[in-house]
Design a protein around this ligand. Structure first.
Ligand code: ZN
Length: 54
């Protein structure tokens, strides 16, 4: 079912961000990234990008 695939994609990519410094993947909500509440556990950076974008 299409809805199931969409849900899986959202689960895989929707809430995953990558640290711009060390490429650590972090699963969180986009609003928390935008609000600057998320810190990279490896390098303490606040710079993240969505995982899909190159
Ligand atoms: Zn990092």
């Amino acid at each position: 079912m299409a809805t199931k695939i969409l849900a899986a994609q959202k689960r895989m990519f929707g809430n995953v961000f990558v640290c711009k410094n060390c490429s650590k993947k972090i699963r969180t909500q986009a609003v928390r990234i935008i609000a600057g509440k998320i810190k990279c556990p490896r390098c303490s950076s606040h710079a993240f990008r969505p995982i899909r974008k190159k």
